[in-house]
Design a protein around this ligand. Structure first.
Ligand code: HEC
Ligand code: HEC
Ligand code: HEC
Ligand code: HEC
Length: 225
């Protein structure tokens, strides 16, 4: 039964691969799961947030979080001798929330009141991060996350308090969590009109002229290279 469900969902997700950030808000964006058969509520927000706790043990991490979180003890974080900012030893905060679906270890349908019911539908391998076959929690090939953005240590970073992030009308600091880079520093999970660039992987700033920006515009927002 579990295998059948996985197969059906894999097929139903495939035609949506084109559905990059539409920059129109979350409805009809890649994170609108209201029509997925694994979402028994038919709502949009509920796969991630709930107004009143339904017994998930994630309610206290903030943001009224309503989805199961991964066991973070198994991750291998990015590391290098030239890294200056302090990085957490495992994914924290918002990144941990994203990885609760995106590392492929936790089922998509483990949300809301289905506590204790093992989920059966997992994210497709193309949307899994990092896409290292056989090692879903190996983050060594992913841009550092859960790391402090510290311009006093790394002088090749732009000032987050004064540098604008894309067309958001806000500075880089608005997209750091307690001063740290997280998945949400680069991606807008809600794909809102002023923040995610249409036609990208929900990026907060374009990476090419074709996307309406400049080459590597997202990288150069933070990195003064
Ligand atoms: C409830 C599970 C869930 C959570 C939580 C979640 N995602 Fe996703 N995300 C998905 C699924 C499933 C897809 C694939 C959707 C598709 O193929 O249509 C996806 C797709 C994406 C994509 C690719 C979009 C595209 O255009 O192909 C990006 C980027 C992304 N998510 C980033 C994030 C980030 C960053 C976070 C946290 C801030 C996050 N996601 C949280 C389930 C989730
Ligand atoms: C796929 C998971 C997912 C879905 C679906 C989702 N959110 Fe979120 N939401 C997040 C994550 C992750 C964050 C923290 C990252 C951020 O703020 O960018 C967040 C942050 C928020 C915040 C606080 C920060 C802010 O942007 O103001 C609000 C409010 C919010 N979401 C409301 C909603 C509402 C309302 C819906 C439904 C219309 C919704 N979200 C759907 C994952 C999701
Ligand atoms: C420093 C910016 C940055 C951070 C941090 C970041 N991403 Fe990405 N992500 C990108 C860019 C840029 C792409 C576009 C694809 C590419 O260029 O490889 C992308 C692509 C993706 C995709 C689409 C699938 C793929 O591999 O192309 C997903 C899903 C995704 N990111 C999720 C995440 C999650 C989850 C996190 C946190 C663990 C995260 N990202 C952290 C910049 C970032
Ligand atoms: C939201 C800001 C932000 C964005 C956007 C961003 N970075 Fe970073 N990046 C950082 C921070 C902060 C560090 C950690 C710097 C340090 O402390 O040494 C980092 C580290 C790195 C490192 C590792 C450096 C080392 O010493 O090992 C590389 C390489 C890198 N970024 C490349 C990129 C690329 C390529 C992009 C675009 C896809 C990008 N970054 C986008 C903030 C960002």
């Amino acid at each position: 039964m579990a295998l059948i469900t996985v197969a059906v969902v894999a097929v139903s997700l495939a035609p949506m691969a084109w559905a990059n950030g539409a920059a129109n808000g979350i409805a009809n964006s890649p994170h609108d799961f209201s029509n997925e058969n694994w979402n028994n509520t038919g709502e949009i927000c509920r796969t991630c947030h709930v107004p009143h706790d339904h017994g998930r043990d994630t309610g206290l991490v903030g943001l009224l979080w309503n989805h199961a979180l991964p066991d973070t003890t198994g991750y291998v974080m990015y590391s290098s001798s030239s890294l200056d900012g302090a990085a957490d030893t495992e994914p924290t905060g918002i990144s941990k929330m994203c990885l609760g679906c995106h590392d492929g270890t936790v089922a998509l349908d483990e949300f809301d009141s289905n506590v204790g019911t093992p989920g059966t539908t997992f994210i497709g391998s193309g949307d899994q991060v990092p896409n290292l076959p056989g090692s879903p929690q190996d983050l060594r090939a992913t841009h550092p996350i859960s790391i402090v953005y510290d311009i006093s240590l790394d002088q090749e970073l732009n000032d987050p308090d004064t540098t604008q992030m894309g067309a958001s009308g806000r500075t880089i600091s608005a997209f750091l969590e307690n001063g740290k880079v997280q998945c949400s520093s680069c991606h807008d999970v809600h794909d809102s009109p002023t923040e995610a660039v249409a036609g990208t992987k929900l990026l907060r700033e374009a990476q090419t002229a074709g996307q309406g920006g400049s080459p590597s515009g997202l990288c150069l927002t933070c990195h003064n290279k």
